[in-house]
Write a protein that binds this ligand. Structure first.
Ligand code: NI
Length: 167
């Protein structure tokens, strides 16, 4: 296993649209393992392949208290979305930034698991937020893009300052 480098906003690689996985093979399973290790090490509760510069539709997630429930979504698709909720979101690609985002409250998602088997899941609350946030990454979208232009500029400046300080 390996810890992968997480791409930070506003790196243009985060705007890449991920391709569907054609076959869930050992290469994909290795990517899933490395992404899970990277997410747990960060630590974070979700990671999309886009964030480690792999542009395939793969998401890992673990919202359990004791980090014992890894969830994997390959080629995820939202079949249904209802209601609206506001949640304070953060992102491993935008460290230190937490902002309220409005999203559908309940979703039904269909995806493939690590065996390539199709499954359907009803999600609400944090799980629904997390799935939608990570699916946005696969479409080349970062959560700060839901915020006002002014806020986006401020966050970009903050990220650039942070980058200079760590170099
Ligand atoms: Ni994110």
């Amino acid at each position: 296993m390996a810890i992968l480098e997480i791409v930070h906003y506003p790196d243009p690689r985060l705007y890449t649209v991920a391709k569907p996985v054609a076959v869930v093979d050992d290469n994909i399973r290795k990517l899933v393992r490395d992404m899970a290790e990277t997410m747990y090490a960060a630590p974070g509760i979700g990671l999309a392949a886009t964030q480690v510069d792999e542009h395939q539709q793969v998401i890992v997630m673990d919202i359990s208290e004791d980090k014992s429930k890894l969830q994997v979504f390959i080629n995820p698709r939202i079949l249904q979305a209802d209601g609206m909720q506001e949640f304070e979101e953060g992102c491993l690609s935008v460290p230190g930034i937490f902002e309220i985002v409005k999203r559908p409250e309940k979703i039904t998602v269909e995806a493939l698991d690590i065996e390539g088997k199709k499954f359907k899941l009803n999600a609400d609350g944090l799980l629904a937020v997390c799935i939608q946030h990570e699916m946005d990454h696969l479409k080349g979208k970062v959560f700060v893009e839901y915020l006002s232009q002014l806020k986006q500029i401020r966050i970009k400046n903050k990220m650039k300052k942070r980058l200079r300080e760590t170099m």
